[in-house]
Design a protein around this ligand. Structure first.
Ligand code: COA
Length: 178
């Protein structure tokens, strides 16, 4: 697919959302029924990627603030995170950005668009420095866990390994522009 033909913009109250269908019906519903409400109430900001030639929504994602908090049951991961942050005091939390939703239209799946979106988010939040944000978090649907692993995300705990979603994170300090 030609990424040059994509137009990314932030959803607004009067956006006419072009047709979109991905494999997860909850994510289709969110876009058409809830995204504007979340935006109005400052609960999440949604971005759309339209494929200009075809008048279709190719993908969307929504972002919100988050934090990673120390859990005594997951000391191992916490110690690892602390080791990657020099001179840190014994912190109990770190600032993060949550990917609330990310979905690529069935028609455009497996063309690298999901990875392209993650790379843009990683770039924006590790370079722009408008606010302190060390990690990206996501509650990954079990069907999407492999996708996030391939994009450098790690599990925060083993306690959710049989759940429908798994908490995963990416350390923005690890983002290297290739
Ligand atoms: C998951 C999703 C966002 C991936 O987007 P995409 O554009 O298809 O992903 P990419 O083409 O960038 O794939 C990157 C890599 O992950 C792999 N991958 C993508 N989706 C995968 C999946 N569901 N299971 C296993 N591997 C997957 C690809 O094969 C590719 O591997 P490669 O690097 O060896 O080529 C998309 O399939 C989607 O929207 N699915 C439905 C909604 C969903 O599950 N969203 C996530 C909510 S947490």
């Amino acid at each position: 697919m030609d990424f040059g033909k994509l137009r990314q913009f932030q959803l607004s109250a009067d956006t006419d959302i072009k047709p979109f269908k991905c494999a997860e019906s909850d994510l289709n519903e969110f876009l058409f029924e809830d995204a504007k409400y979340f935006q109005k109430e400052l609960l999440a900001v949604t971005y759309l990627l339209e494929y200009m030639e075809e008048n279709k929504t190719a993908a969307y994602f929504s972002l919100l603030a988050d934090k990673i908090t120390f859990n005594p049951d997951d000391k191992g991961v916490w110690n690892k995170l602390n080791r990657n942050i020099p001179n840190t005091k014994r912190r109990k939390s770190y600032p993060a950005l949550k990917i609330g939703r990310l979905a690529v239209s069935e028609e455009f799946a497996c063309c690298g668009l999901g990875t392209f979106i993650l790379d843009n988010i990683k770039y924006a939040f590790s370079n722009v420095k408008r606010l302190g944000c060390r990690f990206i978090t996501v509650d990954a649907l079990s069907s999407a866990v492999e996708f996030y692993e391939r994009n450098g995300f790690k599990f925060f705990t083993e306690h959710d390994k049989n759940d429908d979603t798994r908490l995963m994170f990416f350390d923005l300090k690890n983002f290297v522009i290739e």
